[in-house]
Design a protein around this ligand. Structure first.
Ligand code: G3P
Length: 219
């Protein structure tokens, strides 16, 4: 499973990369607004850190003409830019054109398998089902991931990867991995929660204490 960081925080991105946990980055207009930084320069800085994995940068317009102009600016930032477009008719029109021109497109704000089918037909590189936001309104977000994977598995000609997004906790990551989702994107703090287990902590404490009793040192 590829791990993408759902953040624009450069320190968080660098830290995950240092642990070998960074295969890409996703951003969205809300993440950019929260950063308080200028969008294009910030994406350029991210692309200087993440030089090969996909970096998702989202258009902000909703009409085809303006989205297309924005997409052309975004994809010119770096070769590993994945232009993010919303799952709308205009968004998928842009997706089809960019995909045909060889540009990665991440189709976002996906909440149904029907939408995911449309994105695959539009040549999306990634489809982003928002599991957390479905859970937030008492729908089973992970069921959508399962349905999309089932549909895509029936059509090997589709190259679209399922990028599980809107992840709220480690269970979203683990259950998505059990289903074989290609990618997940999560806030770095959620990714780091995967390390945690009380028995690991307890066992390590016991190992250290027992070793100290030996009076020995490896160094
Ligand atoms: O960035 C895409 C997605 O992961 C954001 O989801 O629900 O945390 O805003 P959310």
């Amino acid at each position: 499973m590829k791990f993408f960081a759902d953040t624009s925080n450069l320190d968080e991105i660098k830290e995950l990369d240092s642990y070998g946990l960074l295969d890409g980055v996703t951003t969205n207009p809300s993440i950019i607004a929260k950063s308080g930084k200028e969008f294009i320069p910030l994406i350029k800085e991210i692309c200087e850190i993440v030089t090969t994995g996909p970096v998702s940068a989202e258009v902000t317009a909703t009409d085809y003409d303006t989205m297309r102009k924005e997409a052309d600016i975004l994809r010119s930032i770096a070769d590993n830019i994945a232009v993010k477009v919303p799952l709308t008719q205009d968004g998928l029109k842009v997706c089809k054109e960019l995909s045909d021109e060889g540009t990665m497109v991440n189709v976002t704000l996906c909440f149904s398998s029907g939408q995911a089918l449309l994105a695959a037909k539009a040549g999306a590189a990634f489809i982003s089902p928002f599991v957390g936001r479905l859970d937030d309104i008492c729908f089973q977000g992970l069921d959508l991931v399962a349905d999309i994977l089932t549909i895509y598995d029936n059509y090997p000609q589709y190259d679209t990867e399922v990028l599980v997004a809107s992840i709220r906790n480690p269970i979203h990551i683990i259950e998505s991995a059990k289903m074989g989702a290609h990618v997940m994107t999560a806030p770095p703090n959620v990714i780091k929660q995967l390390y945690n287990h009380p028995l690991t902590d307890k066992g390590l404490t016991a190992f250290v204490a027992d070793w100290e009793k030996t009076g020995q040192s490896i160094l």
